[in-house]
Write a protein that binds this ligand. Structure first.
Ligand code: PSU
Ligand code: MN
Length: 304
C-alpha cells in the first residue's frame, strides 16, 4: 500500500494546529555539496521553528512519501550519492518501485498539497533556460505553480535562467508573481534584476489573504513570492554575470542536458566563486524560510 508518512514533529503540529512550512529536498541532494547541505537543511528547519511554525522537509524514502524527516533521515538523504531528482513526472514511479528520491519544487508542491500544507519555502524555482527556443528546456516547476495551490517563497529565479522568458511563461500560466517589499523581480544571488515583478506585497498577512482569495475564486495553482536576498549576502550582478556566462559555456562544452543542467550549473558556479555562491544561497534560503513561517502563521490566524 502506498501511503504518506508523517514525521513525529509534523504529526504533532497537525494535531495541535501549528502552522507548517514545506521544504524541498533536491536543494539538499543536488543543490549543495556535503556537508554544507546538511548544515543548511538543519539550520533552515530551525529558522522555521524560531518563527512559530514547524518545518516539513519532503522526500520519497524507500517508496514512502515522507512529510517531515527526522534528523537521521535528513542526514541519510544529505549523504546519499545518486539520489533521484523527482519532479511531477517521476514521483509516483519512485514510490511504486520503492525508490529513494529528493523532491524538486514541483514535487514538493504536490507533496505539500497532499498533506494540506499551504506554504513552501526554498531557494530558487526552476524556470525557462537561456536558449529554450532551441532546447525547449522549461522547468516543470512553472506548470506546477499553475496547478497546485501552494504559496512558494523563493528568491526569484536563478540568474542562470532567462528571467524575462520565465516571467512571460508565468504570466501565460496565470501564476501570480509577487515581489516582497520591492517592485523589482529578484535574481537569486542579487536582490534585483532588470525586470519588474507584476505584483508587490509588503507584509505576510496580505500574501496569506491573497492565497485564500485564490481558493475562494476556485482558482487552481499557487503563488510565487519572490523574496530578495538580504543586502549583506548579495553578490553584485557585475560579479556573478561573468561567472554565469562561463558556467553556461562549460555546460555546452560538456554537453550537459535534461535534469543535469541545473545541478551542473550550481556546482560550476560554486567552484568559480570559490564557495561564495553557496554562502549567498544559504543566506537567501534562511531568509525565505523566515518569510514562509510568517506567511504560514498569518494563514493560520485567518483560518482559525
Ligand atoms: N534552487 C537551488 N538549488 C536547487 C534547485 C533550486 O538553489 O537545487 C532545484 C529545485 O529543486 C528546483 C530544481 O525545483 O532545481 C529545478 O530543476 P529543473 O531546472 O531541472 O527543473
Ligand atoms: Mn530542465
Amino acid at each position: 500500500m502506498i501511503e504518506i508518512r508523517y514525521s513525529a514533529e509534523v504529526n504533532k503540529a497537525r494535531a495541535e494546529n501549528i502552522p507548517l512550512v514545506a521544504l524541498e529536498s533536491t536543494i539538499i541532494t543536488h543543490g549543495m555539496p556535503w556537508p554544507k547541505n546538511l548544515e543548511m537543511a538543519r539550520g533552515v528547519e530551525q529558522v522555521i521553528r524560531d518563527n512559530g511554525a514547524i518545518p516539513a522537509t519532503i522526500a520519497v524514502i524507500e517508496g514512502q512519501l515522507c512529510i517531515g524527516l527526522d534528523d537521521a533521515q535528513l542526514e541519510g538523504l544529505a549523504q546519499t550519492k545518486g539520489a533521484a531528482k523527482l519532479s511531477r513526472a517521476d514521483m509516483a514511479a519512485c514510490m511504486a518501485t520503492g525508490g529513494t528520491g529528493a523532491t524538486t519544487v514541483a514535487a514538493t508542491m504536490i507533496g505539500a498539497a497532499q498533506a494540506g500544507i499551504g506554504v513552501f519555502a526554498t531557494g530558487g524555482i526552476g524556470g525557462v533556460h537561456r536558449g529554450a527556443e532551441q532546447s525547449f528546456d522549461i522547468s516543470a516547476d512553472l506548470q506546477e505553480l499553475s496547478r497546485t495551490a501552494v504559496t512558494v517563497v523563493a528568491a526569484g529565479a536563478k540568474a542562470i535562467l532567462d528571467l524575462s522568458k520565465t516571467l512571460e511563461v508565468l504570466e501565460t500560466l496565470g501564476v501570480p508573481v509577487i515581489a516582497y517589499g520591492q517592485q523589482a523581480f529578484p535574481a537569486f544571488w542579487s536582490a534585483t534584476s532588470a525586470y519588474r515583478a507584476p505584483l508587490r506585497m509588503d507584509d505576510p498577512e496580505t500574501i496569506a489573504r491573497a492565497h485564500l482569495a485564490r481558493g475562494a475564486l476556485g482558482l487552481s495553482g499557487g503563488q510565487l513570492v519572490a523574496n530578495p536576498i538580504p543586502a549583506e549576502a548579495e553578490i553584485p550582478r557585475s560579479e556573478i554575470d561573468p561567472v554565469i556566462a562561463r558556467a553556461l559555456a562549460d555546460a555546452q562544452t560538456h554537453n550537459i542536458g535534461g535534469k543535469d543542467v541545473t545541478p551542473y550549473l550550481l556546482q560550476r558556479i560554486y567552484e568559480l566563486t570559490e564557495g561564495r555562491s553557496l554562502t549567498a544561497n544559504i543566506a537567501l534560503v534562511r531568509n525565505n524560510a523566515r518569510l514562509g513561517a510568517e506567511i504560514a502563521c498569518a494563514l493560520g490566524k485567518i483560518v482559525t
